[in-house]
Ligand binder design. Sequence first.
Ligand code: HEC
Ligand code: HEC
Length: 251
Amino acid sequence: MRVPALLLALLSVLAPASADEIASGSTFLSPELRRRQGDPNRNPAWFWVDQGKELFAEKPATGQACLGCHADPAASLRGAATHYPQVDRPSGKLLNLESRIEQCRVERQRQPAFGYESAELLSLTAYVASLSRGLPMSVRTDGPARPFYEAGQAFFERRQGQLNLSCKQCHDGLVGQKLRGDTISHGAGTGYPAYRLEWNTVGSLHRRLRACSLGVRATQFDYGSPEYLALELYLAGRAEGLPVETPAMRR
Ligand code: HEC
Ligand code: HEC
């Protein structure tokens, strides 16, 4: 039965990475930081979640509060974050959770966008994502999402920057190795927005991606850029089945 054996071997090479192989970033934290992350009184990111919850209920100058349309968010928005990034219909644009919230802000509340990395957007995103804590990531990578996913994968595998390193070389090849005091993880990114000690505040996944781009002296793309959105979709697809851990803590 040589052919089936070969087929099986091939399949295991071609199969997308699953949660069996990919561990969350929290797995690679020091025990002390992991304890701190798990204690709401010592994890400062919960402050952003609480702010987000308040903002969610606040009535803007015009239009309704988020809560006005999304009643009982703990139930109605539970699981929402597990499906982002996703392709918006009918625009065909790839939206992450931040861009979906901005879309509601601009189109439904008729208010100016908050802007990436604003305290408001970080808080609302952390709050909405926290409503999916413990639920498995489950993004669409087929159909209209496919080209974005493939662009993200190509980005992940391409060598870049003065150091000529791909994301994959670190977040696949060097997992578990130490780098400047960090232990390299799979780059799952399932805990964002996260409180990072180095930032002394909460930041988005794209802020983390910018740090990695800088680390290899490569182009840093803008927050919300098509490049990072595609990359985010690829990372989310790779993290399929891993629980949402927002709000996480990182070094
Ligand atoms: C006027 C009503 C309205 C307001 C105000 C509003 N939204 Fe929405 N929101 C919607 C509708 C309608 C959808 C699309 C629901 C769908 O079909 O998935 C949506 C979708 C969303 C989603 C995606 C849900 C999912 O399952 O994919 C999130 C997250 C969200 N809104 C957050 C917010 C936040 C945060 C605010 C306040 C800044 C807000 N919304 C304000 C009506 C509103
Ligand atoms: C030189 C090695 C290196 C390269 C190349 C690199 N990173 Fe990282 N990355 C790190 C280190 C170190 C950390 C912090 C520890 C950790 O969580 O892995 C990190 C963290 C991350 C995280 C946060 C994971 C989490 O759950 O907190 C993501 C996501 C990530 N990287 C994605 C990328 C992407 C996408 C690329 C390619 C653009 C990339 N990285 C390139 C070393 C690298």
